[in-house]
Design a protein around this ligand. Sequence first.
Ligand code: ADP
Length: 313
Amino acid sequence: MNAPPLRVRALNKSYAGVAVVEDLSFVLEKGRCFGLLGPNGAGKTTTLKLCLGLSVPDAGEITLAGHRIPEAAQAARAFVGVVPQFDNLDPDFTVRENLRVFGRYFGLSKKEMAARMEALLQFSSLSSKRDTRIDALSGGMKRRLMLARALVNDPDILFLDEPTTGLDPQARHLIWERLKTLQGAGKTLLLTTHFMEEAERLCDWIMVVDGGRKIAEGSPRELIARHIEAQVVEVYDASGTPDALEVFIHTARAQEGMEDMRMEKSGETLFFYTREANALLALLAQWPTLRYTHRAANLEDVFIRLTGRELRD
Ligand code: ADP
């Protein structure tokens, strides 16, 4: 199959006259991890649903695993695994029973399923939980089972909607490791996430959407180089002195060498974005009551720059 795993052209979807997905075009390359990022309500889940044929677009073209969507969604689904945002495992069943149900859905024989079962249990580190009911699993185990379940049909393409939301760091790292393994095995991943560290680690290519529209696209490195200054200094006041940050801002602005520094205040933290932080660091050395962190710019800085700091819920 030479066609890319997923190709989307000029996709549009409105609900009650409000555009939720607007003129979106993108391509998933084989064996890559594509990250779909955006604040709440940006249209990410709707886009995934449209690509899977679970919702019908108002306009646009979607080809998934070489099949037109939504017309041939059923044929395409044989090549696709889906890890939905919310746990929809059957609570009355055990780990193995949940996997078997999916095997039957994809038409696997008992023999084929038995052969895959061990590999899936091992991959998801759930071998010792094979006969455990779902309600006795931890959040991380459930998520790993959802991933194993999405792999029952040995898909070429995996859709992952916020695969690590609600997990602790250990459980999250384990999922990251498994996703890397899958990518290494040639699977193509489409991922939505609110964790910029996750996107930066896993994704080869990122598309940022807001209000249903594409606002940026590129590799994590390209996005950082294109949209943000290289260095960030975060400053906060640890002493509780009234107006300490205001006085510091005033002083910093009057300093030489800091003219081209971009500054944002968010709550009680000042963010300085700059190509060269030396003048600022020298000034901070004279302000022992202020704490600061000096770091390289990351994808979260880009995301905030592109989509703003206001809450979207
Ligand atoms: P995201 O996944 O980026 O948070 P969604 O795709 O879930 O965004 O939602 C985008 C917008 O579409 C939101 O404003 C949401 O309320 C709206 N929306 C999603 N599904 C429906 C629906 N079935 N009917 C009406 N509005 C919807």
